[in-house]
Write a protein that binds this ligand. Structure first.
Ligand code: AMP
Length: 260
């Protein structure tokens, strides 16, 4: 059986934990490294995306990954193949990241479908760190009736709570010191969810982050299935708080499951 972990490279412990999960579930593990141009809505972000192939290969050898698939853009999108996917994700791709990064999830679904067609895995392991991405791929698998099993890997964090991300290396020294505030804010919301209103919690979070000079794109407390903002926690089984902020030139996202 094949376990598959798609990545964009610049590997860190978060990716490695997904590989370990795949090794636990499957006989053979395939990792892909492909910086997918169709999911970037800003050319600058695509160009600035860190690329560390030799370091990545060392990490993959060390963890005992069986196969590295590092295709070129032409291999993933050959000229004679129409990679368009016409899937209606309803509201799933319109909210949160979808509202700020138009076309992003269309590109994500397109590349994951292409990679699944090529690798033909039994299990697909993706991180909770990108909760909305996981939900969209889950919807794609259901709608296309694919047999692959989608697994969720827990978010791996630095010791100070900052979610590991390939983008963290681009943080200024000052913003790197302040960045744990993101997770602290999510954790504080989790611990106060039953004692304060959602509006109060959101307002508090906005002012906290603003004080440290982070530009908040969104912070939303959502239903984990529909991804829509909730009014009252009691009415929902799965509740997640999701955040996106700009720390200088670097856009960071994170989330925390606050009720399951
Ligand atoms: P990326 O290379 O950023 O496209 O991420 C590849 C996969 O790794 C995705 O499924 C992500 O959700 C997952 N991932 C990214 N960061 C983390 C993390 N800190 N912990 C666990 N998984 C992660």
């Amino acid at each position: 059986s094949i376990g598959f972990v798609p990545t964009m490279g610049a590997l860190h412990e978060g990716h490695i934990s997904l590989i370990r999960q795949a090794q636990h579930l499957n006989e053979l593990v395939v990792v892909s490294i492909f910086v997918n141009p169709t999911q970037f809505n800003e050319k600058g972000d695509l160009d600035a995306y860190p690329r560390t192939p030799y370091k990545d290969i060392d990490a993959l050898v060390k963890v005992g990954c069986d196969v590295l698939f590092m295709p070129t853009v032409d291999e993933v999108y050959p000229k004679d193949l129409n990679p368009e996917l016409n899937i209606d994700f309803g509201k799933l791709d319109k909210v949160l990241e979808g509202a700020f990064r138009p076309g992003h999830f269309k590109g994500v679904a397109q590349v994951v479908k292409r990679l699944l067609d090529i690798v033909q895995p039994n299990d697909l392991i993706m991180g909770q760190k990108d909760f909305q991405q996981w939900s969209i791929i889950n919807s794609m698998i259901k709608q296309l009736n694919l047999t692959v099993k989608l697994q969720m890997g827990e978010t791996v964090r630095e010791q100070d709570g900052l979610a590991m991300s390939s983008r963290n290396v681009r943080l200024s020294a000052d913003n790197r010191i302040k960045a744990p505030l993101i997770h602290q804010t999510l954790s504080a919301i989790k611990s106060q969810i039953n004692s304060k209103s959602i509006a109060e919690l959101k307002q508090w979070a906005v002012s906290q982050l603003d004080l440290e000079g982070f530009r908040l794109e969104y912070i939303d407390i959502i239903d984990g299935i529909t991804l829509l903002p909730i009014q009252a926690v009691e009415k929902h089984e799965l509740v997640v708080v999701c955040i996106a902020i700009w720390a200088g030139e670097v856009r960071l996202i994170d989330n925390l499951i606050i009720k399951k």
